[in-house]
Ligand binder design. Structure first.
Ligand code: CP
Ligand code: NVA
Length: 309
């Protein structure tokens, strides 16, 4: 059956079928190849994307904006601080009004519930540009990057080290759908949310992916072909009293990497906190693919926008 994503909200990778996930990745490979060989397609001519940001962003904001431009459309950056939303206008009314002006909405905010509510009341597709819970566009791009580098996703093992955050959650959900084994290695007390772990483990039954949790970095790194880390303190959690010391054994450094596969790929969604979750030596070293990973946000989101808008 033909995959049709027109009008679809992209709130979580979990909402996509396996066919839809692979269709997005295939489309991204196709668009990227075409673009890099000089093709300039404009399927979104005359279309406008509204982008609501409640949190800072470099990659998400710029890659979506450039994606729209390259596809012939236009993107509006809407800092939530300047919207009536900040003065109490409801999410539902904001969704209804924006739907009369724009062809799609990207939102970066705190609560996943808010994104779901926006999608419920918007008549145009809504794309999750990061919440405290999930970051689907990042992980869709990461799956594209792993597939490009290793030729496949199924059967590969990815080890995520650090905080059980939005990236860890989306990696588990994406891995489960793609057949990629994902091990989340965190200090005690910083594990991913149990509801997401269960959701991913259930979805993984269909693909055979192993979704596992551990607190032991040195043992788990031996199995990994891909090593992924992210900030220990996510946006919006800066004020929490967290003892950074608990994360130190999970730092991706030369010594830890030496315990693993000699050609393991090192990934980070960025922004990186050099000297905390990852050392400069590793992020700038030969195993790091972090900037290819960042570039793929653009190609993947071009595919996504061309499919849903
Ligand atoms: N990785 C990512 O989403 O980066 P930004 O916060 O810069 O958008
Ligand atoms: N976990 C990080 C990801 C940033 C792209 C955060 O939420 O701040």
């Amino acid at each position: 059956m033909e995959v049709d994503l027109k009008g679809r909200d992209i709130l979580s990778i979990h909402d996509l079928s396996r066919e839809e996930l692979h269709h997005i990745l295939d489309r991204a490979e196709f668009i990227k190849k075409g673009y890099l060989s000089g093709e300039r397609i404009k399927p979104l001519e005359g279309k406008t994307l509204g982008m609501i940001f409640q949190k800072s962003s470099t990659r998400t904001r710029i890659s979506f904006e450039v994606a729209m431009n390259q596809l012939g459309g236009h993107a509006l950056y809407l800092n939530a601080r300047d919207l009536q939303l900040k003065r109490g206008e409801t999410i539902a009314d904001t969704a209804r009004v924006l739907s009369r002006f724009v062809d799609g909405i990207v939102i970066r905010t705190y609560s996943q519930q808010e994104v779901a509510e926006l999608a419920q009341y918007a008549s145009v597709p809504v794309v999750n540009g990061l919440t405290d819970l999930l970051h689907p566009c990042q992980v869709l791009s990461d799956l594209l990057t792993i597939k490009e580098k290793l030729g496949r996703l199924a059967g590969i093992t990815l080890l995520y080290l650090g905080d059980g955050n939005n990236i860890a959650h989306s990696l588990m959900l994406g891995g489960a759908k793609a057949g990629l084994n994902v091990t989340i290695c965190t200090p005690e007390g910083r594990e991913p949310e149990a509801s997401i772990t269960h959701q991913a483990q259930k979805a993984a039954r269909a693909t055979g992916a192993k979704i596992e949790l551990t607190t032991e970095p040195r043992q788990s790194i031996k199995e990994a072909r891909v090593i992924y880390t992210d900030t220990w303190i996510s946006m919006g959690r800066e004020g929490e009293a967290v003892d950074i010391e608990i994360f130190k054994p999970y730092q991706v450094n030369r010594e830890l990497l030496a315990q693993g596969h000699p050609e393991a790929l090192v990934m980070h969604c960025l922004p990186a906190h050099r000297g905390e979750e990852i050392t400069s030596e590793v992020i700038d070293g030969p195993q790091s693919i972090v900037f290819d990973q960042a570039e793929n946000r653009l190609h993947l989101q071009k595919a996504l926008l061309s499919l849903v808008l």
